[in-house]
Design a protein around this ligand. Sequence first.
Ligand code: GLN
Length: 490
Amino acid sequence: MTPELTRLTAVETAAKIAAREVTAVEVAQAHLDRIAEVNGTLNAFLHIDTDGALTQAKRVDAGEVEGPLAGVPLALKDVIVTRNVPTTAGSKILEGWIPPYDATIVERMRDAGIVVLGKTNMDEFAMGSSTEHSAYGAAHNPWDLERTPGGSGGGSSAAVAGFLAPLGIGTDTGGSIRQPAAVTGTVGTKPTYGGVSRYGLIAFSSSLDQAGPCARTVLDAALLHAVIAGHDPRDSTSIDADVPPVVDAARDGDVSGMRVGVVKEFAGEGYQDGVTVRFEEAVATLAGLGADVVEVSCPHFDYALAAYYLIAPSEASSNLARYDAMRYGLRVGDDGDASAEEVMAATRAAGFGAEVKRRIMLGTYALSAGYYDAYYGQAQKVRTLITRDFENAFTTVDVLVSPTTPTTAFKLGERVDDPLAMYLADLCTIPSNLYGGPAMSVPCGLSDDGLPVGFQVMAPVLADDRLYRVGAALERATGSDRLLEQVTNL
Ligand code: GLN
């Protein structure tokens, strides 16, 4: 099969299939061949679903499903459940578990003719910023194999950047779609909380978790966003409102007259020079395109990281209680005489990795009697103040912007033993999760170290279309949709 098929965007792929220049089966096979060739190097996929992919591709070729993404291959983060296809969330504790149902977004993608190639690598239960906390080994960044493709959704970003799939799905609790997008030169969006169903998304921190698209272009991301978004009665936090016009906005890309606020707090010390330079150039580009750029202060953003690392572990400590050795996957120490409690303790000790245990302990502590008010309660108050910062800002600007990450991709091994250094990767992405508004990372060129820099756009709740408008404008002005042509080392 032609390797060129793997270099196409989602829009180009779907157009070729619709015009019958190529079959969906040929497209799927080209990607499966590419995965067979390079996944040993990237460790992007944990499970490859050859049969499922080819079956779905045949349905497309038979004309059973149609749509703007029919026949387009996709890399699915292994935290989204798939019927009869292994789902591990990057953890040993779910090894061998075969889900009995599909997530809502998986059903929607199947109905849209999207071809899921397999399940991608991630930090265990989406806790991390590098994939080094995966129980199945780290994924590698196609730009530089010694560096991280980000995390937690580094498998999907590596797959999209490395031409293993034109589309990916990630989940973003504190930045896990946007940070991997930033460090791999891809586009990633965290939709408005409640805009995309969480039914079938394995819970980390339920008030923050949100699935969203990864792609090589802004329009590809918008098309996938439109497929997965929309009300789902099976998710009680799903918003019953029209899906924002993300595809129209991506096609339009006009930012003239748009009011853009540069977040004052996300600059200065700790920001790599090459990141700052590219970010400031991108802001100047938007001004040149007619946007009205001002500086905006969001004073409580400085406390977002601290609040997040109380709220997210607190919710995780509760959510992860369900891994009790009885219901899913791994069971250790069941010798016939052991009590249920002993089996549970042995299984959790063997099945969870160090970072997950750290979060469960932190969260349990923050929620415990006597400490609840001082930690969890205080963090919730800070969350309210951050939400007010956003609401105040959006009375004067249409979007807020910042670098997505303070640095470009860091080296594997560099931060893995220093949780605080690892946590800093999400400094700029966490506020949007605490607020619930949508946010995107779009590439804005390469730093002087030759690695991609991400530009973050944040918008009010249910104004996801504004992200795509700004993202498309930048992409056109900087040619960032061709950035990945420079990935040639695979
Ligand atoms: N890196 C952050 C964390 O470790 C965010 C992860 C995420 O968004 N899933 O919690």
